[in-house]
Write a protein that binds this ligand. Structure first.
Ligand SMILES: Cc1ncc(COP(=O)(O)O)c(C=O)c1O
Length: 379
């Protein structure tokens, strides 16, 4: 069935008791056991709750996975997946990963003997060179946050298989509506469902999905052991948000493409980073693995002072750290999402002082272009 139908079917549960089309919110931390010796499917809500289970089945279906897990935040999902590694293990990671992922890898996991190397994932030879005997996984984020760097998912999967490694992909920027890493051979997909999946800047949530029963068992163990699970109200809001994922992604991507085209001809803009532009490095690879360029672009106005002036002059977007919502969000990565990186690391990952990230919402694209025009005229 098409993704459009899958989205509605995945997020709509026909409650067998009442016929309600929306998933009941089961506010119960514990469940009565009918038998002294044999316990039911649910016993304690950290281990499983009917509302969360509906949400987990929904995200698994959207990613074409068998096993889905919901966490309290994207970082909880990513950390719980990484916690399935053991002391002595090594992981090769795209050097363009989200700042929070970088922080867990740099400041937490090494204390437990799990090490990593950061590599430019657009270069398969560099990935191969970083693989050591103790390497267990390759970690992809494509397009990456905020420089929209593209990784060839199929090429990394081939490399992983040749070296008996697993692959983990952060699919936050595309959402399963635009890109399905599991179909391309990735082992585990993770998300900040705070972003496009929920889509309304109202909840924090995280997702992990896999088709591998062995990995699923490890992730479930860690979800239950660490306990950073998604609450039932937030699961309900996530399911509600997912129902409109297709229309939101389609509309916002079309607007993002129009805005990227406009900015790429603007003389005050030094560069536009958007995988939907034919000039973007990795455009062809991205087109081969995704339905569109997505709803996020970044552009460079040349300096921090100019970036500040543009942000202060814009009237429509909100200025904040998140992305993937119905309202357009502009952010300044060096001081926001990537504040963990020092000056050298920012430079090395292409996060220049004039870089602004623009997550396109559902406003009229022409209104956003008019707003950008008046703001850019001031610098
Ligand atoms: C690509 C990506 N992955 C993971 C995260 C972390 O998600 P959360 O903020 O829900 O913990 C973010 C947050 O911005 C992100 O952009």
């Amino acid at each position: 069935m098409s993704d459009w139908t899958d989205i509605i079917q995945a997020a709509t549960t026909h409650d067998p008791l009442s016929g309600a089309v929306n998933t009941p919110i089961q506010l119960s931390s514990t469940f009565n056991q009918p038998d002294f010796d044999n316990f039911g499917h649910f016993d304690y809500a950290r281990s499983g709750n009917p509302t969360r289970e509906s949400g987990e089945q929904a995200v698994a279906k959207l990613e074409h996975g068998q096993h889905g897990y919901l966490f309290s935040t994207g970082m909880a999902a990513i950390s719980s997946v990484l916690f399935t590694l053991s002391a002595g293990d090594h992981i090769v990671v795209s050097k363009h990963v989200y700042g929070g992922t970088f922080r867990i890898l740099s400041d937490v996991l090494p204390r437990w003997g799990i090490t990593h190397d950061l590599v430019d994932f657009s270069n398969p030879d560099a990935i191969q060179a970083a693989i050591k005997p103790e390497t267990k996984a390759l970690y992809i984020e494509t397009p990456s946050n905020p420089v929209l760097k593209i990784t060839d998912i199929r090429a990394v999967v081939a490399l992983a298989k040749a070296n008996h490694l697993i692959t983990i992909a952060d699919n936050t920027f595309m959402s399963p509506f635009l890109q399905k890493p599991l179909d391309l051979g990735v082992d585990i997909v993770v998300h900040s469902a705070t972003k496009f999946l929920s889509g309304h800047s109202d909840i924090l949530a995280g997702v992990a999905v896999t088709n591998n029963a062995n990995l699923a068992e490890k992730i479930y163990f860690m979800q239950n052991a660490v306990g950073a699970t998604l609450g039932v109200f937030d699961t309900w809001l996530l399911l509600r948000g997912i129902k409109t994922l297709g229309v939101r992604m389609t509309q916002s991507s079309q607007s993002a493409q129009k805005i990227a085209n406009y900015l790429s001809t603007h003389d005050k803009v030094e560069r536009v980073l958007y995988p939907g532009l034919a000039s973007h490095p990795g455009h062809d690879i991205h087109a081969s693995q995704s339905k569109s360029g997505g709803a996020v672009l970044s552009f460079d106005v040349g300096s921090e002072d100019k970036a500040k002036a543009v942000v202060e002059a814009l009237k429509i977007p909100i200025f904040s750290v998140s992305l993937g919502a119905v309202e357009t969000i502009i952010s300044y990565p060096p001081k926001m999402s990537h504040a963990e990186l020092n000056a050298d690391e920012l430079h090395d990952t292409g996060i220049t002082p004039g870089l602004l990230r623009f997550s396109v919402g559902l406003e009229d694209a022409d209104d956003l272009i008019a707003d950008l025009t008046q703001a850019l005229a001031l610098i």
